[in-house]
Design a protein around this ligand. Structure first.
Ligand SMILES: [Mg+2]
Length: 142
């Protein structure tokens, strides 16, 4: 799948630190044959992804539409189309399908959301569904 990750409070906290388990999930998703994309509503986050050591896992980086999602894909030349979106904002996840993840505001070694996310993606790949509390199906499918 083409998996799109939001940046702020999805992958990083307010202080810019990487969410625990994020690197491991990225490694796993690549091994499983997925492609990882980064998008952010505040602009191109190429520098952050480089700083976090994630560039090698990421196929491309885009500006994320924050309204009028379908129009926004074209406006910001987002391609390929997202198959699975991970974001702390619910609306964009409902628009494309994926996991609405709990926001990661403050650095915390106890945050276990990334492992749960990885399981949700594996379940979705094998069954088309997930029992993750933040899972949203692709609109029009199931
Ligand atoms: Mg966010």
């Amino acid at each position: 799948m083409n998996i799109y990750f939001d940046v702020d409070y999805t992958l990083i906290a307010m202080d810019g630190s990487l969410r625990p388990g994020a690197m491991e999930v990225f490694e796993g998703l690549i091994e499983e044959g997925h492609s990882i994309y980064i998008w952010s509503g505040v602009g191109m986050r190429t520098d952050d992804i480089e700083r976090l050591g994630l560039s090698g896992f990421v196929s491309d980086i885009f500006v994320k539409p924050i309204t009028e999602y379908e129009v926004g894909l074209e406006r910001f030349s987002v391609s390929p189309r997202p198959d699975f979106v991970i974001d702390d904002h619910r609306e964009i996840v409902e628009a494309f399908g994926g996991v609405h993840i709990e926001p990661y505001y403050f650095r915390s070694a106890e945050d276990g959301q990334m492992a749960e996310l990885h399981q949700a993606i594996k379940d979705f790949v094998s069954t088309g569904n997930s029992n993750h509390r933040g899972f949203k199906p692709v609109p029009g499918k199931s």
